[in-house]
Design a protein. Structure first.
Length: 396
């Protein structure tokens, strides 16, 4: 039992976090100048694999669902949108209640400047995350409609290849990538300097994340009639990966692997839903964006946006959240134009939002990827209740 625990993914990622923090605290500029390119190259390899992972898992999963794919896809999109709008509304309510009582002030201190990388190797992905997602949808549905059996069989082989890449490359590299990330954060002083400054915002948003995840899993459990803990308890390694990488996309491989252990998720739906929600369900990030919009407005302008502005902002932000890239800060960067146009937050305000968001992004990303399990449980039960058969049943 102990040997299994020590060799498990959770333990390796936890050790990576601890080592990263220790190295960052004792490292000098020369050491960090070596760690930076290692971190960059590892990140480049991981993010190069992400579009292949999305395409390799989602497309065959759509074809396996046959005639049920369109119905499940539309239901999944509605679930993701409703969850994002719900979390944004929840953040707005909490913000209106709590922010007026907080005395939040920005810091005048700066973090330690990082040295230049001694070398830089860029490995651009073959396509963007969004392009891979759209291609997976279009190709998967087209194969079903045209009954292109040979291409479908080839996609199943390609899925096996991608799964091997994940097992042999992505998963072994993740602990090193996480350790490098945390060592850089510790060296900068970001963990020590930024946390006290925005402690009130951090505490409230973390509580909001926990509350909304709890709500989603409880609702999924009520709808499915199954114990949601049978999904949530497998998310330990996923949470550590999300905290370390600040990327839902980078955490996707761990989520796919760990949720296979859940006895309450239907296999065909799980293979379809986990990669899909990992790239369209940025529920935690959208919660951070809304709360920060209120907090920064109160801080800089002495007043929060009106309810009327939020009634326009939140539904539009839900669309931006679904289309945002699963990369660190992707949801905030994508929605900056909307924040300025609808809420009137200027460049100084958006700069401050980006600074605080960088601190919160690990928690928002963890919320993003962890809550996917709740929606997958809901979708699995939806498929069962509507008698949407798996590929094996359809073939027989």
């Amino acid at each position: 039992m102990i040997k299994k625990l020590l060799s498990g993914t959770t333990f390796r990622l936890f050790i990576a976090v601890i080592l990263g923090l220790v190295i960052g605290k004792i490292a000098n500029e020369n050491v960090i100048s070596v760690i930076l390119p290692i971190k960059h190259v590892l990140g480049q390899i991981i993010f190069f694999l992400i579009p292949l992972l999305i395409f390799g898992f989602i497309t065959p999963s759509i074809t396996r669902l046959k005639k049920n794919a369109s119905k499940l896809l539309s239901t999944a999109l509605l679930l993701a949108y409703a969850s994002c709008v719900g979390s944004a509304t929840f953040a707005a309510i909490v913000g209106y209640i709590t922010i007026p009582f907080l005395n939040i002030a920005p810091t005048t201190e700066t973090v330690k400047e990082l040295p230049e990388m001694i070398f830089r190797l860029d490995i651009p992905p073959l396509m963007s995350v969004l392009s891979a997602l759209v291609l997976a949808f279009l190709l998967g549905l087209s194969i079903i409609w045209t009954k292109a059996d040979k291409i479908e069989a080839a996609l199943y082989e390609f899925q096996n290849l991608v799964f091997t890449m994940v097992k042999k490359f992505l998963l072994p590299l993740l602990p090193f990538f996480i350790a490098a990330n945390f060592s850089v954060l510790a060296y900068e002083g970001a963990l020590a300097e930024r946390l006290p400054i925005f402690f009130a915002i951090l505490l409230i948003t973390i509580l909001c994340h926990i509350t909304w995840i709890t709500i989603l899993y409880l609702l999924a459990g009520l709808y499915s009639g199954k114990n949601p803990w049978q999904v949530l308890k497998y998310y330990g390694p996923v949470i550590l990966t999300a905290l370390g990488t600040q990327s839902s996309a980078a955490s996707l491989a761990i989520a796919i692997e760990e949720t296979k252990k859940s006895p309450v998720l239907r296999e065909d739906v799980r293979n379809f839903a986990i990669p899909l929600f990992g790239n369209i369900h940025f529920v935690g990030s959208i919660l951070d964006v809304v709360f920060l919009s209120l907090a920064v407005s109160q801080l800089l302008y002495g007043a929060m946006p009106s309810v009327e502005q939020l009634l326009i902002f939140i539904p539009l932000l839900g669309i931006f959240a679904i289309a945002a890239p699963g990369l660190p800060g992707g949801t905030l960067i994508t929605s900056l134009g909307l924040i300025h146009a609808v809420l009137g937050i200027d460049e100084a305000g958006t700069a401050l939002m980006i600074t605080i968001f960088a601190l919160l992004d690990s928690f928002g990303t963890t919320h993003n990827i962890t809550s996917d399990g709740a929606l997958t449980l809901y979708l699995s039960s939806y498929a069962d209740k509507n008698k949407l058969s798996s590929s094996q049943v359809l073939e027989n």
